[in-house]
Write a protein that binds this ligand. Structure first.
Ligand code: SF4
Length: 376
C-alpha cells in the first residue's frame, strides 16, 4: 500500500506567514502539468507495484489550476491508480476558488476529500495574514461543498496571532464547529525565516503571542473539540470518527509515498528523495527526461529519529513491539532510558503495547521528542 503526493506551486497571492514553495506566475501551468505526467511515468516504478491507496494534491493552491488542467492530470493518473482501491483523494483549496462551477467540476473527478486553508473566521486576522478570502466566503464555500455532496471536508486554523485573545480564539473554534466540517487541523503561528511576518517581527511591528496564551488556546481547542465529538488523533489534527486523514497518517505509519512536482518529497522505506524547490528548474529537467531529486539514504539513527518525530505526534504513540523489530537494542534501551523521567511524571505512558505522550505531556511534546532524539 502506498500514496502519491502532488505539489502544485501556484498561489494567486502570497500569505504573510508562508514559507512553502509557490509562486504567482500562472503562465507555466500547462507545462507544469506536462512535467507532472512525465515525472509520474518516469518514477512510478519506485513504488514497486504497491497499490496506491491515497492521493494528496497540495501546494501552493491546487484550486488555482483550471478545471481542464485538473482533468488532464487525473486522466494521466488513471493509468496507474485504480480509483476503487484509492480510498482517499484529497485536494487543497482556497475558499475563494470554490465557485459552484468549480465544485461541480471537482465532483466529476475521483476527489472525495477537500482540505480548505481557512486559518481564521475573523476578517481582521485574515487581512493581517493576507489571505484573499473573508470569513463569510469561507463559511459559504464549506456549505457549497457540503451541498454538492462532499462529506469529508477538512479546514486549517492558525492560533496565537499577534494581539489575538482567548475570547477571539473561542469564537473561531465555535464558528469552525458550526460549519459541520468532519476534520480540523490547527497550528500555532510560526515565524519562519524569510517570511514577511518575520520581517515585521524583526522591525518590532508585531509582537509574538506569549507561550502561556498559546498553550491556553491549545488547551481550549482540545477540550472544546473533544466535547463536540472530535477525536484528537495527532497533536494538531482532530476528526469525527472514521474521518482521520489517511494520507497524512501514512506519513506517521511508515507507508511509502511518491512525491511529484517542485519541492515534493518521496520515501520508499530506506531513502528520501527531494525534488528542487524551483518550478522552472523542475519543469526543464523533467522536460528533458531527467529526474532531478536529491537523495538521502537513511541511516538507522535517521529512521529512529523519524519514528520519534512522526509516531510521538500521534495519540496512539510508538508500537513497542514493532520498534523492537525495527531497531537494535542500543536504540530501544536509549529510548526507554530517556523516556523514564517523562513516564515518572505522567507526561508519557505505556499502555496497550504503545509508548505515547499523554494529554498532559502534549503541551511540552517538542521537548519530550527532542529528549528522546539521538543527535551526534
Ligand atoms: S495560499 Fe497557502 S501556499 Fe499559498 S502563500 Fe498562502 S499559505 Fe502559502
Amino acid at each position: 500500500m502506498a500514496g502519491i503526493y502532488i505539489h502544485i506551486p501556484f498561489c494567486r497571492t502570497r500569505c504573510i506567514y508562508c514559507d512553502f514553495h509557490s509562486g504567482t506566475d500562472m503562465s507555466v501551468q500547462e507545462q507544469y502539468i506536462d512535467a507532472l505526467c512525465r515525472e509520474l511515468d518516469l518514477r512510478i516504478d519506485e513504488l514497486h507495484g504497491e497499490p496506491i491507496h491515497t492521493l494528496y494534491i497540495g501546494g501552493g493552491t491546487p484550486s488555482q489550476l483550471s478545471g481542464s488542467a485538473l482533468t488532464r492530470l487525473f486522466n494521466h493518473l488513471s493509468k496507474y491508480i485504480t480509483w476503487d482501491e484509492c480510498h482517499e483523494v484529497t485536494i487543497e483549496c482556497n475558499p475563494d476558488d470554490l465557485s459552484d462551477d468549480y465544485i461541480a467540476h471537482l465532483r466529476t473527478l475521483p476527489i472525495n476529500r477537500i482540505s480548505m486553508g481557512i486559518q481564521s473566521f475573523d476578517d481582521n486576522d485574515l487581512r493581517f495574514l493576507r489571505r484573499r478570502h473573508t470569513a463569510q466566503a469561507a463559511q459559504e464555500a464549506i456549505a457549497r461543498c457540503h451541498n454538492a455532496g462532499f462529506d469529508n471536508i477538512s479546514i486549517d486554523l492558525i492560533y496565537g496571532l499577534p494581539g489575538q485573545t482567548l475570547e477571539a480564539w473561542n469564537k473561531n473554534i465555535e464558528k469552525a464547529l458550526s460549519t459541520g466540517v468532519q476534520h480540523l487541523s490547527a497550528y500555532a503561528l510560526i515565524y519562519e525565516d524569510g517570511t514577511a511576518l518575520m520581517k515585521l517581527k524583526e522591525e518590532g511591528l508585531v509582537q509574538e503571542c506569549s507561550d502561556e496564551l498559546s498553550l491556553a488556546m491549545y488547551a481550549r481547542l482540545i477540550d472544546r473539540l473533544e466535547e463536540a465529538g472530535y477525536h484528537q488523533y495527532e497533536i494538531s489534527n482532530f476528526a469525527l470518527s472514521g474521518r482521520e486523514a489517511r494520507h497524512n497518517s501514512s506519513y506517521w505509519n511508515d507507508t511509502h509515498y511518491l512525491g511529484l512536482g517542485a519541492a515534493a518529497h518521496s520515501y520508499d522505506g530506506t531513502t528520501r528523495r527531494y525534488n528542487p524547490a524551483n518550478t522552472r528548474i523542475y519543469i526543464d529537467n523533467i522536460a528533458s527526461g531527467r529526474c532531478c531529486y536529491e537523495e538521502e539514504i537513511l541511516s538507522d539513527q535517521d529512521r529512529y529519529n523519524d519514528m520519534l518525530l512522526t509516531r510521538l505526534r500521534t495519540r496512539q504513540g510508538i508500537d513497542e513491539s514493532r520498534a523492537r523489530r525495527q531497531f537494535d537494542s542500543t536504540y530501544i534501551d536509549y529510548m526507554y532510558r530517556m523516556a523514564r523521567p517523562h513516564l515518572a511524571c505522567g507526561n508519557m505512558e505505556q499502555a496497550e503495547g504503545y509508548l505515547r505522550i499523554t494529554k498532559q505531556g502534549l503541551f511540552i511534546s517538542d521537548s519530550i521528542i527532542s529528549d528522546l532524539f539521538i543527535v551526534e
